[in-house]
Ligand binder design. Sequence first.
Ligand code: TRP
Ligand code: CA
Ligand code: ZN
Length: 317
Amino acid sequence: MKLSVSGRVTATAVVAAVSLLAGGSVAGAAPVQESVAAAAAPDIPVANVKAHLTQLQSIATANGGNRAHGRAGYKASIDYVKAKLDAAGYTTTIQQFTSSSRTGYNLVADWPGGDSNKVVMAGSHLDSVTSGAGINDNGSGSAAVLETALAVARADYHPTKHLRFAWWGAEELGLVGSRYYVNNLSSTNRAKISGYLNFDMIGSPNPGYFVYDDDPTIEKTFKDYYAGLGIPTEIETEGDGRSDHAPFKSAGVPVGGLFSGADYRKTAAQVTKWGGTAGQAFDRCYHSSCDTTANINDTALDRNSDAVAYAVWNLSA
Ligand code: TRP
Ligand code: CA
Ligand code: ZN
């Protein structure tokens, strides 16, 4: 039996399959270990992720065309995400800070349960630049993390570790929100975070499949997911430290993440691997007014959203 990484094989089915293999002619075979039966990660419905992007686009359109730090569109984005999480049973916290004389907000959502000394975190920045709606940058990561959090609630998933999701403010001003969060953690609480997963730009219209080259366990988890799909990945090199994982990494927290490319151009060799257009940027609308819902590759968004769930499930079991 082949276990698809995005399949819906239940823990019970896995136990049954393993029991069959371990049983048979081996008399008195040892009981199957509980650890082999970790629940399979769900297939995240890309339509749900896209519905969040449509809402973020509407929020930008209704608020001067952006969702930037200190603007009404940012606060409306926070309110949208928070309402979904509250309705799903999360414990949400808004953390307020000031940057460039404007109020900023981080949103942190804890899923009740799990070992509070072992926290798995997934996060993304929710702010856009002032020039556009920021749908790939970074509605894409924000929506995928939101839909993964909602999938945890739908599955009533209760892993060994504690799950925490975060949406950062003022990333575009220099990782301000995530740095504020990390700086305000006690060293005790910092040490409880066993990993931080970052998702910034994961639906680029001419996509690459880049994995951060940081913590080996997190990196392997993402590479295993892509190997299961038969899709080659590359190490992320478009500016290490250019997103919200950097403050966590500086504080000694193991980090990892995914990225589908910004303003670097796709090479011919990369087109051979992934398709798309050679000599063109991964995201020609990076930090521009054309970063709208039209600026998304649905296949990349779907695969990367499923990868978020795969990593959250497997790293917390
Ligand atoms: N964080 C950048 C932004 O929001 C985008 C970016 C550039 C990026 N290089 C990266 C994100 C490498 C993750 C990894 O504008
Ligand atoms: Ca999916
Ligand atoms: Zn950006």
